[in-house]
Design a protein around this ligand. Structure first.
Ligand code: ITT
Ligand code: NA
Length: 199
């Protein structure tokens, strides 16, 4: 069966293909860019789960195919969980990873090391054309560096150092990141649900 990955984020697509293949899914995975005529949904939800469901629902309805979506972000303790669902446009322009990261580092310049806790969060949603919906979540806890390090991954990876690690997410190999990441946890939990519902 064809399964739509309801995202246009290239970093997510790369990780999702690896995570879902590793989890044993044999479905044909097609990115949202294969459907340029379907407009992006407005992310009006107030939680990662709501936004993931909105994205998957829009693609499943428009195509008549099952769709999975990822809504994710960085939640900073000292900012009360921000940028959170606004992570992709924290500095204003949607998807400007460098501007978002630079702004966040500037905002945290005076925050001492012991208060630089944060986590990545990911909601993974599955929506079937018949309206069946499932959503599961995963987190990766860590601390925020003062300077970016590493060139793997995407987004805020160069500043998040996972608990128990000496490297940032951007210094981990893709396999190492997927093994511990918010996205890995969420989609490894979703994979058996996909298999159960789609076969
Ligand atoms: P789609 O909606 O098309 O999936 P998007 O990039 O707009 O793509 P989100 O709204 O979920 O997706 O925003 C995710 C934001 O959180 C984005 O700024 C990422 O850089 C950041 N983020 C999410 N997962 C991350 C990860 O594994 N590593 C680093 N940053 C991450
Ligand atoms: Na979002």
């Amino acid at each position: 069966t064809r399964l739509i990955l309801a995202t246009r984020n290239a970093g997510k697509i790369t990780e999702l293909r690896a995570i879902l293949a590793e989890a044993g899914l044999t479905h044909e995975l097609v990115g949202a860019d294969a459907y340029p005529e379907i407009p992006d949904v407005k992310e009006t939800g107030v939680t990662f789960a709501e936004n993931a469901l909105l994205k998957a629902r829009a693609l499943a309805r428009a195509t008549g195919l099952p769709a999975v979506a990822d809504d994710s972000g960085l939640c900073v303790d000292v900012l009360g969980g921000a940028p959170g669902i606004f992570s992709a446009r924290w500095a204003g322009r949607h998807g400007d990873d460098k501007a978002n990261l630079d702004l966040l580092l500037a905002q945290l310049a005076d925050v001492p090391d012991e208060h630089r806790g944060a986590h990545f969060a990911c909601a993974a949603a599955l929506v079937l054309p018949d309206g069946t919906e499932r959503v599961v979540e995963g987190q990766l806890r860590g601390t925020l560096r003062r300077e970016p390090a590493g060139s793997n991954g995407f987004g805020y990876d160069p500043i998040l150092q996972p608990e128990g690690e000496t490297r940032t997410c951007a210094e981990l190999t893709p396999e190492e990141k997927n093994a511990i990441s918010h996205r890995g946890k969420a989609f490894r939990a979703l994979a058996p649900v996909v298999r159960e519902l789609l076969g």
